[in-house]
Design a binder for this molecule. Structure first.
Ligand code: PLP
Length: 430
């Protein structure tokens, strides 16, 4: 069990010392529940892991979870932001981050997004040379200089789900490492581009350090070549995000401390080898910070025993938590109102989306389940509520925040009106 998760005297699951069944009753289901202290703890753990290096900044990856309360918690902790759209720039500024704390990565940025980042003074991390050329045109038109870096694809293969590997040679992200020198040379020729750093992000849910080591080493050699060949010193080296969490017992995982132990010596030796001025190291953790801080509560509606399986039907599906269906992801399932009881039957937790793939948890040994029971899917904080949709015309779920025994709603459940309130029906069709 995670430190913020427990079982009380009623055999109910608790999160942040709050009874999960009470939360489901107060706010209804499906309901995401976030533990504030767990987010703070994980942020500090990641930050402290790199204590041996003097200059480290964490840019929380907004894509993992942009609930405003979560963003405020992380701002209070001192996190900057890794953003990938105009919407995320808006959110980062809205919660009070300074432009210099924000790095705008993302791929296929629109002119409007480039203009916004330029206007606000945010670092723009190019995903392509063409993007640089487009920004330069905008800078010339506006008579304004931009702070920039390049996302470099180091062509490494972390062991993770194919959809989560972003630094493979054939991946769509970044510029190939072999073209880095050319890209930086081009950027240096422009009086409108101020080069600040270099970036990589090799994937998500990474459970070993090898690919990081290989990629970091390549990135630092590129930084060395930039210094030696172009006389260019970089202020920052951004190693991206990707540190995985332990969704499933007995599966491999790494901690930020283990990563730091491997990366810092590489950084130090390359600084020495290439005579670099000590760069600030950026990391962009998303999942590691928010992933295990949330659970998703759903109520059991229908039970079905077929000759092959028992299905436990719940009032949520992949429109609420897409990960099991998108990535075949595992989320531990707990019967929240029977949390202390022994497993007795093997069941599939079936979502309520009208698609046969909508199974949220397969073949799980759980206590005997009745209708009305509450199923909790654990570790649902990253790429959970942020990916929720209205598919099958179901309003998006609510979200509650718990903090050492107290709780409050941080996101209202959408209403039926939210299904239609942005739509217009031409008069002739009415
Ligand atoms: N940085 C970038 C550029 C990303 O695309 C992502 C997510 O894929 C992250 C950081 C965060 O990754 P994770 O949540 O695995 O830490």
């Amino acid at each position: 069990m995670r430190p913020h998760i427990g079982v009380n005297e009623k055999n109910h699951l608790t999160i942040g010392e709050v009874d999960a069944v009470e939360l489901a009753e107060d706010f209804g289901t499906p309901l995401y529940v976030v533990d504030e202290m767990r987010i703070r703890e994980r942020y500090q753990e990641f930050h402290d892991a790199f204590d041996d290096y003097p200059k480290v900044e964490l840019k929380y990856a907004y894509k993992a979870n942009t609930s405003l309360a979560v963003l405020h918690i992380l701002r209070q902790e001192g996190a900057g932001a890794d953003v990938l759209s105009a919407g995320e720039i808006y959110l980062a500024l809205k919660v009070g981050l300074k432009p210099e704390q924000i790095i705008f990565t993302g791929n296929n940025k629109t002119d409007e997004e480039l203009e916004l980042a330029l206007e606000k003074g945010i670092i723009i991390n190019f995903d392509a040379i063409h993007e640089m050329e487009r920004l330069e045109r905008i800078c010339v038109a506006k008579g304004k200089k931009a702070m920039v870096s390049f996302r470099v694809n180091p062509a490494v293969s972390p062991r993770t789900h194919p959809h989560l590997a972003t630094g493979l040679r054939e991946s769509k992200f970044g510029i190939p490492a072999e073209e880095a020198l050319e890209a930086y040379t081009r950027a240096m020729e422009s009086e409108y581009l101020e080069i600040r750093g270099i970036h990589m992000h090799i994937g998500s849910q990474i459970t070993g350090t090898k690919a990081y080591e290989e990629a970091a080493s390549k990135l630092l050699d590129i930084a060395g070549a930039l210094k030696e060949k172009l006389g260019l010193g970089l202020e920052f080296i951004d190693f991206g995000g990707g540190v995985g969490i332990r969704y499933e017992k007995d599966k491999p995982y790494i901690t930020p401390r283990e990563l730091a132990k491997k990366l810092i010596p590489i950084v130090e030796s390359k600084i020495e080898k290439h005579g670099l001025k000590e760069p600030t190291l950026y990391f962009e953790p998303g999942r590691y910070i928010v992933g295990d801080a949330s659970i998703l509560l759903m109520r059991v509606s229908t039970l079905k025993q077929t000759p092959y399986k028992k299905f436990v039907g719940v009032d949520g599906g992949f429109h609420v938590l897409p990960r099991p269906v998108f990535y075949g992801a595992y989320h531990k399932a707990v019967v929240a109102n029977k949390a202390g009881l022994r497993g007795e039957e093997r069941v599939d937790i079936a979502g309520n989306v009208c698609e046969s793939g909508d199974i949220l948890a397969r073949d799980r040994l759980l206590p005997r389940i009745d209708d009305g029971d509450i199923i909790a899917l654990m570790d649902a904080g990253a790429y959970g509520i942020i990916m929720a949709s209205q598919y099958n015309s179901r309003p998006r779920p609510a979200e509650a925040l718990v903090n050492r025994g107290s709780y409050e709603l941080i996101r209202q459940r959408e209403g039926i009106d939210d299904l239609i309130n942005k739509q217009r029906v031409p008069r002739r069709l009415r």
